[in-house]
Write a protein that binds this ligand. Structure first.
Ligand code: FDA
Length: 311
């Protein structure tokens, strides 16, 4: 109940232009600013520096140039060009070749063809340089079309890409079978968006139960799944299942977000598990940041203290 309320509140606040302006003024202005806890910086160079530090701790990385819901072809083309530049920068820097992106950033709210073409341009270049490209999953109006575009491109030979499925959505267990038939790499998450009860589980215990069911199928039968969560109970369930079925640690990876549960990230690496840290960066960080606050209202205190200390 509290989870749903908090997601709804932050969903509403995320639409506020005033709040966005305020946050944009203070959030990133110095190395101590509050948004830097969750976002590596506004430039790709800051993200690459963060990636180097994460890799030095024995972890894998995925870089995400933040952005979503662009409303014009010009903006979608610009986001695509920026991604291609990010690919160049990653190659030059020599950090791991793994990126995550959102289809509404590439124009999916405008039309499907625009997003597909832009994605294809990115996958063409990424494929030539052995990148892995994860297509993040957005809110439910985009679930079907995201999977469709992924499937179409996969069948055209764009196979160095992966998808994300959200255990909160009731449809996801079926989607998982569909994506597994392709042999696609799946990242399993609980789901960051507020969804209606008709299509999503309302209680945390139902979302968690679906997460465990899906994790077990993925670990047993899927191609190199990613178990993306900070929830110690989900992580323990994964470890227990892997142990019971004798699934070695190189067959899957854990994933966590930059700045969240760094202690847990490190202890899993120390135990010999693979851990990938998702490193978001860029000027369009506000909606991502608000989703992180909605997941854990205690983070708001941290932000308010940050603003007050900035004066
Ligand atoms: P849950 O929310 O139950 O939290 C468990 C514990 O984790 C909390 O008690 C707290 O200790 C810690 N925690 C969780 N969130 C925190 C926060 N914001 N700040 C501080 N501590 C926090 N979603 C989506 O819809 N589409 C996507 O493509 C992705 N991609 C993605 C990639 C990766 C690598 C991760 C880790 C997550 C995503 N997500 C996502 C987000 C995901 O759906 C979910 O919203 C968050 O991971 C929070 O859920 P948990 O599984 O961590 O559990």
């Amino acid at each position: 109940m509290l989870d749903t309320l908090s997601k709804s509140l932050f969903h509403l606040l995320a639409a506020s232009d005033g709040l966005k302006r305020l946050a944009s003024t203070y959030g990133m202005r110095s190395p101590e600013s509050f948004a830097r806890r969750f976002i590596a910086g506004e430039s790709v160079h800051e993200a690459i520096e963060a990636a180097r530090q994460v890799q030095a701790r024995g972890m894998l990385v995925s870089l995400d140039l933040l952005g979503e819901s662009v409303a014009s072809h010009t903006e979608a083309a610009k986001a695509t060009r920026e991604y291609l530049q990010v690919i160049d920068e990653i190659i030059d820097a020599g950090v791991e070749r793994n990126i995550s992106l959102k289809l509404t950033q590439l124009g999916l709210e405008i039309d499907r063809a625009t997003a597909t073409d832009n994605l294809r341009r990115i996958l063409d270049v990424a494929g030539r340089h052995e990148f892995f490209v994860r297509i993040d999953m957005e809110n439910s109006p985009f679930t079907e079309v995201t999977l469709d575009i992924f499937e179409t491109l996969w069948q055209l030979g764009y196979c160095s890409a992966g998808v994300v499925l959200q255990s909160a959505l009731k449809r996801s267990e079926q989607d998982m079978q569909r994506m597994m038939r392709l042999g696609a790499r799946i990242r399993l998450v609980k789901g960051a968006y507020k969804e209606s009860r008709s299509i999503a589980y309302a209680s945390k215990s139902d979302v968690d139960a679906a997460y465990v069911r899906m994790m077990r199928v993925l670990l047993t039968d899927a191609t190199y799944p990613a178990i993306a969560t900070h929830d110690p109970a989900m992580i323990e369930a994964t470890r227990a299942w892997a142990q019971e079925r004798q699934i070695p640690p190189e067959r899957f990876e854990f994933q966590m977000l930059f700045g969240i549960r760094r202690d847990l990230q490190q202890s899993l690496v120390d135990e010999g598990y693979r851990v990938r840290v998702y490193i978001p960066f860029g000027r369009e960080w506000f909606p991502y940041f608000m989703r992180r606050l909605g997941e854990r209202p205690a983070n708001v205190g941290f932000v308010v203290r940050g603003i007050l200390s900035e004066g």
